[in-house]
Design a protein around this ligand. Structure first.
Ligand code: SAM
Length: 224
């Protein structure tokens, strides 16, 4: 039976790719990727000669139809995101839902691996028997409502993704919502050369980042 492989890829360090991930990519007739440039580097590095095509939330119906046709012909298709696990705060979920609905005979196979949220939690030092994952705060509207959800989260810690140009603003609004004294862990550039862990109260970490000329890199915020 043909498979849609949902393949987790490294969040920065190519050494984190799994043997199963490489085997699934090699075993596919096409790789649908959020960013063909990023995935192209991965496939080139590992000598994988499978065509990498763009898939994102604005993907034309053609990508969906092509996936369905290939699966029906018995070919395997791989889905990867920019980095980490497809579907976790990225558009992969739409293709998975489409295949579940439109190609019910195909197998949907998870190839687990890195995810920034879990990597950050694992080094946060905060108990994560339970946690709340909120993904990205909205860019403009409804931000207050988003941060209010952090204040009332009953399963803690709370994990949030953020882009570098908004990290300072987001920490400020978080502090307003839950208080400057709440402990926070901010992970920057996990698994990469300039990986950094910032620990302290929201007030302290906010100040630390505000003192920098410009925040760079990718961030995960874990609020205790
Ligand atoms: N699907 C991915 C996953 O499983 O982690 C997440 C994709 S989401 C579009 C990208 C966000 O994940 C970034 O803005 C950042 O918040 C976080 N992220 C990804 N890689 C990271 C890294 N190496 N270090 C810290 N955060 C990272």
């Amino acid at each position: 039976m043909a498979s849609l492989y949902v393949v987790a890829t490294p969040i920065g360090n190519l050494g984190d790719v799994s043997e199963r991930a490489l085997a699934a990519l090699r075993d596919s007739s096409v790789i649908f990727a959020e960013d063909t440039r990023v995935t192209g580097k991965l496939t080139a590095h590992f000598g994988i000669r499978v065509s990498v095509r763009r898939y994102n939330e604005h993907a034309p119906d053609a990508a969906f139809r092509e996936t369905r046709e290939r699966l029906k012909r018995g070919e395997n298709v791989a889905l990867v995101s920019d980095s980490g696990t497809p579907g976790i705060s990225d558009p992969g979920v739409k293709l998975v839902a489409f295949v579940a609905r439109e190609a019910p005979n195909a197998k949907i196979v998870p190839i687990p691996g890195p995810s920034a949220a879990v990597a950050a939690l694992s080094v946060s030092g905060m108990p994560a028997n339970e946690f709340t994952f909120l993904g990205f705060p909205p860019a403009k509207r409804k931000r207050k409502a988003f941060f209010a959800r952090v204040a009332v989260a009953d399963a803690r810690p709370v994990v949030i993704y953020e882009a570098p140009h908004r990290i300072a603003k987001t920490l400020g609004e978080l502090a307003e919502a839950v208080g400057e004294d709440v402990p926070v862990f901010v992970a920057r550039e996990l698994t990469k050369m300039y990986e950094e862990h910032l620990r302290g109260t929201l007030g302290e970490v906010k100040k630390l980042l505000a003192e920098r000329e410009k925040a760079r890199g990718e961030f995960v915020i874990v609020v205790a």
